[in-house]
Design a protein. Sequence first.
Length: 125
Amino acid sequence: MINNARILKENVLINLNYDVKRLEVWKEEEGIIYRYHTIIIPMDAIGDEIDLNAIDKEFFDGVHTTKISKTEVSLFFSQSVSNHVVTIKEMYKEINNTVRDISTILDKFNINDYRLICDFYSEIE
């Protein structure tokens, strides 16, 4: 879990969508794209009641998919603008910005622990 007191030291999963055929035509300077992420909130981090619509309204681009199980709530997002990343340092900056923005919003709902999954992929079709 990410705990807002220990931001970006743990529990950010980076998915790198890998396609061998795309790799043949991909140029390193093209970098990769960061557009999608998933927030996973454990049920024990949520109070007795939570308004998912209110959380959705807080996010600029909105929640695209919400899944609820006995143990967690998963919120899938797509940013309206894809961010091109070429270096690992740029990747860390994008993730840091995402964690900061998400933590600010979830703090409003007294949610302090969550996991973040960031999806990176090549833009080649």
